[in-house]
Design a binder for this molecule. Sequence first.
Ligand code: NAP
Length: 329
Amino acid sequence: MGFRLQLRSKKALRREAEAGVYDVVIVGSGPAGLSAAIFAARFALKTIVIAGEIGGQVSDAGYVENYPGILRITGPDLVNRMLRHVQHYKVPVRMGWALNIERRGSVFEVHTTGGAVFKSKTVILALGVRKRKLGVPGEEEYSGRGVSYCAPCDAPMFKGKVVAVVGGGDSAASAAVLLADYASRVYMVHRRDKLRAQPIYHRLLADNPRVNILWNKVVVKLEGDRLLRRAILRDTKSGEISVLRVDGVFVEIGADPPREFFEKIGVETDEEGYAKVGPDQSTSVPGIFAAGDCTNACNGFKQIITAAAQGAVAAEAAYRYIVSAAGSP
Ligand code: NAP
């Protein structure tokens, strides 16, 4: 995706990291991280965003139609707007992955790829989630040659072609609606006989003449020649095998939280691996806050607006944490 970002060399990044102690290091640049950056800047906190990939899950999202004030926008376009908003406040956004976070006295050290270590009074983790893969034969082989994990990125390549979307949640439904604007036929392959997606999608999909839902089906294999040509499906009720001729398969079967990272840095998680947070987005580690899809906030209601709201709350909480730490004897 074409996000406008000035890239830094490893050396420049290390120099920037050594420049002093930040008030807040935000790890992650989806709606939660970018919103946290905007609010942190407005609280006059010395802030930096460490971004593994710009936008997180939203960069892969189809049409977003539930962000107040914007009737319809693609995920990447919304991310670009948020990024420009952050850049307006001159908050640096640097590419890199956080490898570890250690506490040294009252300061956290955020170790990132390339050897840069950012020192900070607080940390906001907006790590997002990792998209699941199907794990079937052919998936790796045809990744980028028919198999995709990003509908808005790849939809234009399937103009007039036949595609399948695997999954029955909001991501799959949203991808199917977007793909139907390009492909001649969109099959939704869902393992059950009921969609998990929000009710509004049921109507949008049913009313779209280009979309067919294949119920009770799972993909067991992907085949082709140089390019993907077929998805082999199994009926989850009868066990019957069928062949679906497709040019593209979009995998939208949910995502997993970064449980291992939380465990490594001592942040408590729930059973599924989402960071447990309080009403102020504080984690079990004082000074570390978490926001967005990687947390158990909002009863697990994972939306762009809830992530953005959590980012704002986390920034305010970080501000209060710093103020109270400065006032303490
Ligand atoms: P999700 O809600 O977890 O749905 C994943 C879907 O994939 C489910 O239908 C699930 O089937 C299916 N699935 C899981 N593993 C599978 C496998 N191995 N093989 C075949 N199918 C499999 O994930 P999501 O759709 O990515 O959404 C994640 C979160 O983001 C949700 O909270 C969602 O509401 C939110 N979101 C919201 C929007 C929006 O509001 N427009 C858009 C995107 C995402 P079962 O139904 O049988 O479990």
